[in-house]
Write a protein that binds this ligand. Structure first.
Ligand code: PXG
Length: 299
């Protein structure tokens, strides 16, 4: 019998490239012990790392809020990410950059961790079924509220995702693809790992940052794209009723792009099929994310 041996992805850990099966960090890393760290997810499409510089900026902003000093400059980070993708040779890939607080002792005081760790994973990811983009996905409005902006805010892309995981568990329990979370006032915030948009009477609405969302890089580019397509885009508080009675609903995120939502908590959205504006933005966004001028060309 001949076994097809696939080349293992190489993972960058603090200056070394290590095969995936041997890529390990200490159990005393506070990223593991306390979720104390930050991360970014970036996609490479046809050799272009979409909005890589914007992702690096957000990584450093997240680290700043956590008083986490990333042990390299933004320019060095850019080069290290590019070199790691090149070492793996994937023209289409998912990049996960993590900066953890590093190794400390037991006890959560970050001052016990002298050296943050930088980890870069280059691999593949699949967040939704293949039919998600043709048929749309289902969602629930979760009973789990988005963390407040003055708490473990998701404006910081931290290694603590329990708020989203609790919501995702509720979606899983009823067989829905995604969980939509409300903020502490009861207004729509975002999905567990994506931002949300609604369309009503030809106008596109999305919740503002004050609802506790991650200010998504896809969200921001899709807002601009919608304007380029001639639509009015308004950031405003959205009530659950407005969400359920929207003509169209879609999600945006790095790995998923633009994804139509066709059912929410048992209510059919529009006619139950991906709507025309969603489909137009989905198609246009696919072209945008492969455009070298929209990111950093690696190959
Ligand atoms: N909100 C949250 C909470 C997210 O985690 C987004 C919005 C969309 O943001 P971007 O910048 O990606 O448009 C995210 C993104 C994963 C994974 O591994 C998670 C995300 C992206 C890619 C992969 O689960 N979250």
């Amino acid at each position: 019998m001949v076994l097809a041996l696939e080349k293992e992805p190489l993972i960058y850990i603090d200056g070394e490239l290590v095969p995936k099966s041997q890529a390990k960090i200490s159990v005393f890393d506070h990223g593991f012990l306390y979720g104390d760290g930050v991360f970014e997810s970036i996609m490479v499409f046809n050799g272009v790392a979409f909005k890589l510089k914007e992702h690096i900026d957000r990584l450093y902003d997240s680290a700043k809020v956590l008083c986490l000093e990333i042990p390299m400059s933004k320019e060095e980070m850019l080069k290290t990410i590019i070199d790691t993708v090149k070492a793996n040779g994937f023209r289409d890939a998912y990049i996960r950059v993590l900066v953890t607080r590093g190794v400390g002792d037991l006890g959560l005081d970050p001052r016990k961790c002298p050296k943050p760790s930088v980890i870069i994973i280059v691999d593949k990811i699949k967040l939704f079924r293949d039919e998600a983009w043709t048929q749309g996905v289902t969602a629930i409005i979760s009973s789990v509220r988005r963390d407040r902006v003055d708490a473990t805010t998701h404006e910081v892309k931290s290694m603590n995702y329990l708020n989203s995981i609790l919501a995702k568990l509720e979606a899983n329990a009823v067989g829905a693809d995604e969980a939509i979370m409300l903020d502490d006032r009861g207004f729509v915030s975002e999905g567990a790992t994506d931002n949300i948009f609604i369309v009503k009477d030809g106008v596109i609405y999305t919740p503002p940052r004050t609802t506790g969302i991650l200010p998504g890089i896809t969200r921001s580019r899709v807002m601009k794209l919608a304007e380029e397509c001639g639509y009015k885009v308004v950031e405003k508080d959205i009530t659950p009723s407005e969400l359920l009675t929207a003509d169209e609903v879609f999600l945006t995120g790095t790995a998923a792009g633009v994804v139509p939502v066709v059912k929410i908590s048992g209510r059919t959205i529009g006619d139950g099929k991906p709507g025309p504006i969603t489909l137009e933005l989905m198609k246009r966004f696919r072209q945008v994310r492969e455009d070298p001028s929209e990111g950093v060309k690696i190959f």
